[in-house]
Design a protein around this ligand. Structure first.
Ligand code: SF4
Length: 363
């Protein structure tokens, strides 16, 4: 894996900076502001994306936020209209989902992923702007999805791994009926400065317990378990070197004003005396394809990050599984991009793989 691919597998679009919730662990700096994406931005992105979608087998446009549904149906439809041949996805807190939104999801073939952290007690950090618990509204939105028979994914933030939690969460998500589950151990990034350092034993045990729960009833695709098992399988059959992509996916995030942030959506909205605003260009003045063609030196921090990935390659036994993890975690934990281990990569890469192997070793 060398350098950055000039063609991504998906783009992330921010239709509005606004979120109607105010989760205590949220990284977004401008979630109280309603900065809307003009249609011109979507048109500009589509000019690059549509030819990519026509060439490849699958190309995704992910509507992210803020809370993307806060943009409203008419505005989201107008932003989606310029795209052709793509799969549309939306990551939502589910609180705004009602019958009208479900009709919209069906009409626009929009695939839905909801953010929910487990049963009510585990959603205490997820609150409205007035500080009231949001869980009832989240649950109502998901119930509406289910009433419509719409399949959905779920994304769960775990703030403190502890014994028993993984079993409880897996049981909850089985009952919830999601098809795919992603687990994020809370990250110290963006405006969220809460520490994310946990004991090795606690995090490894969390992942091992999750594998055990999943193996008893493997009805959900658990993203992290599938990553780890795919890697372990490839090591065993001697194909692990083929697993990482030949080049990093640039994962372009297009902010509401058209600026493009590569590799880590979480960098959008921040500035630094050394790195400026982290953006690599603006689609209103430069085609996205052109921005990505020069991605390796499109912003001052990117070469520094690539040096960090190279340092991981030469120093870390987990590189073949991890691929160097995310730029934003390095920056928000180290203040720069060329360091290697972070709490994030320990929690979500190193201890994940070790936890899966711990489980296998117990069998
Ligand atoms: S686990 Fe951490 S140190 Fe190892 S390759 Fe990934 S980011 Fe680098």
């Amino acid at each position: 894996m060398r350098g950055i691919s000039p063609v991504p597998e998906y783009v992330v679009m921010q239709p509005t900076t606004l979120c109607n919730l105010d989760c205590r662990y949220c990284y977004l700096p401008h979630r109280a502001l309603d900065r809307r994406m003009p249609v011109e931005v979507a048109r500009a992105v589509a000019e690059s994306v549509n030819p990519w979608a026509a060439q490849g087998s699958r190309f995704s446009v992910v509507w992210h936020g803020g809370e993307p549904l806060a943009a409203g149906r008419a505005e989201l439809a107008a932003l989606m209209a310029p795209f052709a041949g793509v799969e549309h996805h939306v990551q939502t807190n589910a609180t705004l989902i009602d019958d009208a939104w479900c009709d919209f999801f069906v009409a626009h073939q929009l695939r839905v992923s909801v953010s929910v952290d487990g049963p009510a007690a585990h959603n205490a950090e997820r609150v409205t702007r007035g500080g009231a618990p949001a869980y009832d509204r989240i649950e109502r939105g998901i119930a509406t999805l289910r009433r419509y028979g719409l399949g959905f994914s779920a994304l769960c933030v775990v703030s403190t791994p502890r014994p028993g939690l993984a079993t409880e969460l897996y049981s909850y998500f089985l009952d919830l009926g999601c098809e795919v589950l992603g687990i994020n151990i809370e990250e110290t990034e963006g405006v969220n400065q809460r520490p994310n350092e946990h004991s090795t034993e606690a995090v490894r045990a969390f992942w091992a317990e999750l594998v055990a729960a999943w193996r008893r009833q493997p009805r959900i695709h658990v993203r992290e378990i599938e990553w780890a098992l795919r890697y372990v399988g490839a090591v065993l059959d001697g194909t692990a070197d083929d697993l990482l992509p030949r080049q990093l996916d640039p994962i372009p995030t297009v902010a509401s004003d058209g600026r493009v942030f590569l590799l880590s959506p979480e960098l959008a909205g921040f500035t630094d005396p050394r790195y400026g605003d982290f953006s690599s260009g603006n689609v209103l003045t430069t085609p996205l394809a052109q921005i990505l063609a020069t991605a390796g030196d499109s912003a001052e921090w990117v070469p520094e990050y690539l040096a960090g990935v190279q340092a991981c390659r030469t120093s870390c036994h987990y590189f073949g599984f991890c691929g160097g993890a995310h730029a934003a975690n390095r920056y928000f934990e180290h203040g720069r991009f060329d360091g290697t281990q972070t709490n994030h990569c320990r929690n979500s890469k190193i201890h994940l793989l070790d936890g899966v192997l711990d489980h296998a070793g117990r069998d």
